[in-house]
Design a protein around this ligand. Structure first.
Ligand SMILES: [Fe+2]
Length: 215
């Protein structure tokens, strides 16, 4: 019985790719302590945010409802600059029109996930690029999970190596302190329950492509 190994192919095309950008914040080791205490102090002082989080974000804290424009905080200037560079690169990686449009950050908030907290599947409306930056986590912290939005693929999936990105329906990326992931805002994602005793701290943010000022 012959196989197809000798069959000549002209190539393999990749259609509908989903890009995930990752980078390390170069200043993280110098900034780590400051960033952790920035978020923890904010949480400690944010009475209203803790009240809403208790209702909307069981067992965790998010500043999403009370402090969601952290990109304006002078203490985070350098980190936000790094996020902007990452978003510029991501827009270029997609071959978007970066001559006339540029990524503009429109929200940034912090999340603290202690033991047993989790974040169900969601996406980020009203933006083009979303991202997460890890302030505090370790190897025991839960990963961010992404879901393939092409629902038709569930129709009759062939037996396959599900570890390969070509075949995965769900993908998980391990968090790492000082690292950022950017992804398209329409991509559904979630964070599994934190079973570690260690708090997981992240900052989420969103960019939209805005028209550059005409000169
Ligand atoms: Fe999210």
């Amino acid at each position: 019985m012959s196989d197809n190994n000798n069959q000549k192919r002209d190539g393999l095309r990749v259609l509908f790719p989903t890009l995930i950008y990752e980078a390390r914040y170069p200043e993280f080791s110098a900034m780590e302590e400051k960033l952790v205490s920035f978020v923890e102090q904010m949480r400690d002082q944010d009475v209203e945010g803790k009240r809403i989080s208790a209702e909307q974000y069981p067992s965790g804290y998010t500043s999403y409802f009370t402090h969601n424009a952290l990109y304006k905080d002078p203490e985070l200037l350098d980190l936000v600059k790094f996020m902007h560079l990452a978003a510029d690169n991501f827009a270029k990686d997609h071959h978007w029109d970066t001559s006339n449009y540029q990524p503009a950050i429109n929200s940034m908030f912090a999340n603290i996930n202690p033991k047993y907290s989790f974040h169900p599947e969601h996406l980020h409306p009203y933006s083009h690029i979303s991202g997460v930056f890890y302030v505090k986590c370790d190897a025991s912290s839960p990963a961010i999970g992404f879901k393939d939005p092409r629902a038709a693929r569930w129709m009759m999936p062939p037996a396959a190596d599900g570890m390969r990105p070509e075949n995965a329906f769900h993908a998980k990326l391990a968090p790492e302190a000082g690292k950022v992931f950017l992804f398209p805002s329409w991509l559904e994602h979630s964070v599994a329950q934190n079973l570690s005793d260690r708090e997981r701290i992240s900052m989420s943010f969103n960019f939209e492509m805005q028209q550059k000022p005409q000169s």
